[in-house]
Write a protein that binds this ligand. Structure first.
Ligand SMILES: Cc1cc2nc3c(=O)[nH]c(=O)nc-3n(C[C@H](O)[C@H](O)[C@H](O)COP(=O)(O)OP(=O)(O)OC[C@H]3O[C@@H](n4cnc5c(N)ncnc54)[C@H](O)[C@@H]3O)c2cc1C
Length: 379
């Protein structure tokens, strides 16, 4: 395995770092505090060609390698974990699903607009009684002529309120095989679709996590993704892929925590010295940095395997598990190094500590990642 980024990847990372520092960073805190969706920043990401990274060139994207997508998510997350999850869902779940499983007609309809951010995509699998056990979902569909009719309530949809289209999972109303899902592309303006709630979350306030209610919601029958009954395969494959992005989101957030901790520890004085001169603080920083590097290497390995066309499901689960748990430990220690000030909204670490908490939960909890990993080892 080559541990070096190639020239294009280095340039991409530098370009996104520059954009993050100059365009995202100055507004991220205010957006977060005002709970505003970063629509302008998403348009700017599209102008840089980043919203179409998982879209083939034929449909107006750049179809970039997974490692490059990871680098972008990491750099965005370093300054705005909310924008990173919005970007990750759009790129690695919405665009990726259609690129991989869509018909020619679906690709032509959705992907060019998604690459330009004229369509923002979301992914709607979870329901109130079906999170880890996703195949227990109750949203139903029936076919009526050239339409599908959907009924149910979907929960926890990242960007739900602001997205224009959803990859949405449902079950046939009379399915004999109870755990078989089907996947649909559902436009926001479909008759019978309403956004019924925006979650009042602990963190990630710029990402409007929403509930969607479908009441006899009509979509064209051509909007099924794959075939009826293929939804479970589509959902699990796409989540396997997208988890690499959540590992990278964790790496970006954790790297910022470490930077903030180092900066603070070299400025804050106690007992007549910088607190960075105390061995306890030095060891915390050494451990944080080691966990961060291990997280990054696991994320890069999973992306590398995906880029080589090799199996990567176990490795993406390992990367997501380790990096999201490490990000929480790193955020905890970074806040501890800030002492009382870390508990104040004046310092960024307070927000990062809250944002980190979602990382071990979405796209499969840490417990579910352990199930995925152990299944590969024990089968
Ligand atoms: C900020 C945020 C954004 C989200 N965005 C999206 C989105 O865009 N689209 C979407 O579809 N969903 C989204 N989700 C939902 C997320 O994927 C689920 O919350 C997650 O899968 C866990 O499901 P649950 O909340 O129902 O918890 P549950 O499944 O009820 O789990 C509760 C606890 O039980 C544990 N548990 C469950 N089953 C087992 C088992 N077999 N063995 C051991 N432990 C187990 C879990 O690990 C967890 O600790 C989002 C969630 C959050 C918090």
């Amino acid at each position: 395995m080559n541990f070096k980024l190639n020239e294009e990847q280095k340039m991409l990372k530098e370009m996104v770092r520059h954009f993050a520092e100059n365009e995202i960073s100055p507004v991220a805190k205010e957006l977060e505090q005002k709970r505003e969706f970063p629509s302008t920043l998403i348009k700017k990401l599209a102008e840089l060609g980043l919203m179409g990274m998982s879209v083939p060139e034929k449909y107006g994207g750049s179809e970039t390698d997974s490692l490059s997508v990871s680098l972008v998510i990491e750099e965005i997350s370093r300054v705005s974990p909310s924008l990173a999850v919005i970007f990750s869902v759009h790129s690695s779940l919405f665009c990726y699903s259609i690129s991989k499983f869509g018909t020619e007609e679906q690709k032509r309809k959705y992907l060019p607009k998604a690459a330009e951010a004229k369509i923002l995509g979301a992914f709607s699998l979870s329901e109130s009684e079906a999170g880890s056990d996703a195949t227990a979902l109750k949203t139903s569909f029936v076919k009526k002529g050239d339409k599908y009719i959907l009924n149910g309530i979907k929960t926890w949809v990242t960007s739900g309120k602001n997205a224009n289209a959803f990859i949405l999972f449902a079950k046939h109303k009379t399915a004999s095989e109870k755990r078989k899902l089907s996947a649909f592309i559902v436009d926001k303006d479909s008759p019978g679709l309403k956004i019924t709630k925006v979650e009042d979350k602990m963190g990630l306030h710029s990402s409007m996590t929403s509930e969607i209610t479908l009441e006899d919601c009509e979509i064209p029958s051509s909007n099924i993704l794959g075939n009826e009954g293929q939804g479970t395969k589509i959902a699990f494959h796409c989540l396997d892929y997208s988890r690499i992005g959540i590992a990278s989101q964790s790496v970006g957030l954790a790297s910022r925590c470490l930077e903030e901790a180092i900066k603070y520890s070299t400025q804050r004085q106690a007992f007549g010295k910088n607190i960075s001169s105390f061995q306890t603080i030095q060891f915390k920083i050494a451990d944080m940095s080691t966990q961060l590097d291990a997280s990054r290497l696991l994320a890069y390995r999973a992306a590398y395997l995906a880029d080589q066309g090799q199996p990567f499901s176990k490795e993406s689960a390992m990367a997501k598990l380790f990096a999201s748990e490490a990000a929480n430990k790193i955020a905890y220690e970074a806040l501890q190094i800030h002492g009382g000030y870390g508990y104040s909204k004046e310092f960024l670490i307070e927000q990062l500590y809250r944002d980190a908490r979602a990382l071990t939960i979405y796209e499969g909890t840490s417990e579910i990642q352990r199930i995925v990993i152990s299944r590969y080892l024990l089968r």
